[in-house]
Design a protein around this ligand. Structure first.
Ligand SMILES: *[C@@H]1O[C@H](CO)[C@@H](O)[C@H](O)[C@H]1NC(C)=O
Ligand SMILES: *[C@@H]1O[C@H](CO)[C@@H](O)[C@H](O)[C@H]1NC(C)=O
Ligand SMILES: *[C@@H]1O[C@H](CO)[C@@H](O)[C@H](O)[C@H]1NC(C)=O
Ligand SMILES: *[C@@H]1O[C@H](CO)[C@@H](O)[C@H](O)[C@H]1NC(C)=O
Length: 261
């Protein structure tokens, strides 16, 4: 009991010293309110960013939705960005963030910490779609069909069973892929859309095709389209030997080096 009391005394003293030190370093005019607060979000990973860099104070971020209470992240941080992904899982809710400039707790004249409010953010409507990725493609020579498989990007959110949700799991039929394709020998482009991850086109025999994919969220008014994926080409065209050339050259060089050594 006695030692406990002693510990308590020491602790109080320690705290008091700490608080006094904080107060000594604190000058209200050093503390700035955050400006230019922006949401930066791709495939539902969302970072809040703001200015200026703090000196002699810290920031704490709070986020709330229409129906949820303020929740804190990046408490007493010296950074000017904060990963708030985990607070936005209700992706259709309208979220607001506050960037609070922390002041020493002993300053009892302050009723509310100085803070700035962010613009509103609805992840479902505003997160940017990442550049889609063509997973693979398959040319069926018998029926002349070219099947193109698109990889659904994963989001940071998980199902109860622990596996990550993809953008398809969240957007469902609101997410559409458009394939833009052309014969490798021409520039005339055609397009075909699908709300699945596999797109099939008719391929002429012996022709090489080049194609890329764009994702679109149909319900959106702004930020509807993703960037275009990288372009891929089927190898069986006039271009095939040309694309393989660097690999052969590397191989030859390696063999040459081997023999020389
Ligand atoms: C903050 O944003 C405004 C426009 O919204 C811009 O004019 C200003 O330069 C920005 N300030 C800083 C420090 O980036
Ligand atoms: C921060 O505090 C240190 C020491 O207390 C002081 O030298 C420095 O000028 C302060 N910086 C600002 C921007 O107030
Ligand atoms: C987890 O649950 C989701 C949705 O219920 C399902 O699509 C997915 O296949 C499941 N993953 C595993 C590894 O069981
Ligand atoms: C080979 O393909 C590239 C694009 O992948 C194209 O720019 C080029 O014109 C093609 N060359 C021939 C000979 O088809």
């Amino acid at each position: 009991m006695k030692t406990f009391g002693l510990h308590l005394q020491a602790l109080t003293l320690f705290c008091l010293t700490l608080c006094l030190q904080r107060t000594a370093a604190f000058d209200p005019k050093d503390i700035k309110t955050a400006i230019n607060i922006t949401w930066s979000s791709i495939n539902f990973k969302t970072i809040l960013e703001w200015k200026p860099k703090p000196e002699n104070y810290t920031y704490t971020v709070e986020v709330s939705g229409k129906y949820t209470d303020w929740e804190k992240r990046c408490i007493r941080s010296m950074e000017t960005e904060c990963d708030v992904t985990s607070l936005l899982e209700d992706v259709k809710d309208t979220h607001t963030a506050r960037v609070i400039s922390d002041i020493p707790v002993t300053e009892d004249f302050v009723e509310e910490f100085p803070h700035a409010e962010s613009p509103k953010f609805i992840p479902y409507e505003q997160t940017i779609l990442g550049k889609p990725v063509i997973d693979s493609f398959e040319l069926n020579k018998d029926d002349g069909k070219l099947n193109i498989f698109i990889k659904d990007a994963v989001t940071p959110y998980r199902f109860p069973n622990g596996s990550f949700k993809t953008i398809r799991d969240i957007f469902q039929n609101d997410l559409r892929y458009t394939l833009f394709y052309r014969k490798a020998s021409s520039t005339g482009r055609k397009q075909v859309s699908s709300t699945t991850n596999e797109i099939v086109i008719n391929a002429e025999n012996g022709e090489s095709y080049c194609f890329f994919v764009r994702a679109t969220i149909l319900s959106r008014k702004a930020n509807r389209d993703s960037q275009d994926s990288d372009e891929k080409c089927t190898p069986d065209g006039h271009n095939a030997s040309r694309t393989l050339l660097p690999e052969y050259m590397t191989l030859c060089t390696l063999i040459l080096i081997y023999w020389l050594l």
